[in-house]
Design a protein around this ligand. Structure first.
Ligand code: PEP
Ligand code: MN
Length: 378
């Protein structure tokens, strides 16, 4: 896949096409700007303040806002495109906005927006994604594809493929969390395993994290942004507003440009590239992990052999597979031990449940051995 490289030229990002492997991103891609463009002054003020930091690579502003309920602020629409582009020029930061249909694409291309993104409510709809990909056929512009609102990795990958199929290869994806009945403390459940799986399947696709829409609260931004860096994500998009609490949309999650710069300065940056000195140490630790995993698997095999014997005993003595008292005792004793050792209790509980499930499956196999014949005769 043709991918593009982000380099720092005179300290500011240059987006240059490059047919290279692997991708080279030597610094997180930082995107900042208001949730929505509200007034020309608000857009310009945010951009100029962000422009003081060379760490900001892209200036964002929502022009068309997909809102859950009608009646809330739906964005200024096309007139605000000019404010965005002007603010980009004045601050020297390339611009980006969300497009949800072919008309948005046309207006953005006409206005000269540098990068487009596809929102979570659009990625979810293959017809809309295809419409946008078709409108961009033959256009050389970077596109960022947010995850769909529902935790469906295939749908996300499908959206990426629709752009690739139309010859768009300057692609990035953005992790903004997933709608969930149990998002925990977050607005959208991060479900980190999904972007991690995407990264494993497509190591060439840069992944940006959007802590603003994951957390929904500014006080949680730093933790989520750091976690994204710890997981080797390639950048961050964080909503910034000169007066966040007065913002017309997403007031609870926006931060001032000053606070934003502080946040970025606080981040511990990580690299996946292991240098020579740390590699010997890391290899040593990994060798020990390999050893421990081998032991654990051997022990699981020994445990399963005992389960087979127990299954046979229960079968011979007409006992049920599930012995509730014994299962409770296992949960209690092992959880207590995990607690004493300082292990995460929910992790140990999930392990026990998995082992128990496999054990029941094995005992059911034993109990029902030869039963097929009896069914046929009955
Ligand atoms: C946004 O970035 O302003 C936005 C609407 O995000 P999402 O599509 O992730 O909800
Ligand atoms: Mn927003």
């Amino acid at each position: 896949m043709l991918i593009f490289v982000i380099t720092y030229k005179e300290q500011r990002m240059d987006i240059a096409p490059l047919a290279s492997w692997p991708i080279q991103i030597d610094h997180p891609i930082i995107i900042a700007g208001p949730c929505s463009a509200e007034t020309p002054e608000q857009v310009m003020q945010t951009a100029l303040e962000l422009g003081k930091s060379t760490k900001v690579n892209l200036f964002r502003s929502g022009i068309w806002k997909p809102r859950t309920r009608p009646g809330s602020f739906q964005g200024i629409g096309e007139p605000a495109l000019e404010w965005l582009v002007e603010a980009g020029k004045a601050s020297g930061i390339p611009t980006t906005t969300e497009v949800a249909n072919a008309q948005h694409v046309e207006a953005c291309l006409k206005a000269g927006v540098d990068v487009l993104w596809i929102g979570a409510r659009t990625t979810v709809n293959p017809f809309s994604v295809q419409e946008i990909a078709d409108a961009l056929k033959g256009v050389d512009i970077p596109v960022i594809i947010k995850n769909p609102i529902n935790p469906d990795l295939q749908l996300w990958i499908g959206a990426v493929e629709r752009f690739l199929n139309n010859g768009l290869n300057k692609l990035m994806v953005m992790h903004r969390g997933f709608s969930s009945p149990n998002p925990g403390i977050y607005r959208n459940a991060p479900m980190w395993e999904i972007p991690i799986e995407l990264k494993a399947l497509h190591p060439d696709l840069p992944i940006i994290c959007d802590p603003s829409h994951i957390t929904g609260k500014r006080e949680l931004l730093l933790d989520v942004a750091q976690k994204a860096m710890d997981l080797g994500m390639h950048g961050l998009m964080i909503e910034t507003h000169p007066t966040p609490e007065k913002a017309w949309s997403d007031a609870r999650q926006q931060v001032t440009p000053e606070r934003f710069v502080e946040l970025v300065d606080h981040l511990q940056l990580r690299t996946e590239n292991v240098d020579q000195t740390s590699s010997a140490h890391l290899s040593g630790l990994r060798a020990r992990i390999d050893d421990i995993d081998t032991h654990i698997i051997q022990l699981l095999k020994d445990r399963m052999e005992l389960i087979t014997e127990i299954g046979e005993y229960k079968k011979d003595h007409g006992l049920t597979i599930l012995q509730l008292e014994r299962w409770k005792e296992i949960l209690e004793t092992r959880s207590a031990l995990a607690k004493k050792l300082g292990l995460q209790e929910d992790f140990v509980r999930r392990y026990l449940e998995t082992v128990h499930k496999a054990s029941i499956k094995e005992q059911s196999r034993i109990m029902n051995e030869g039963q097929e014949d009896q069914v046929m005769w009955s």
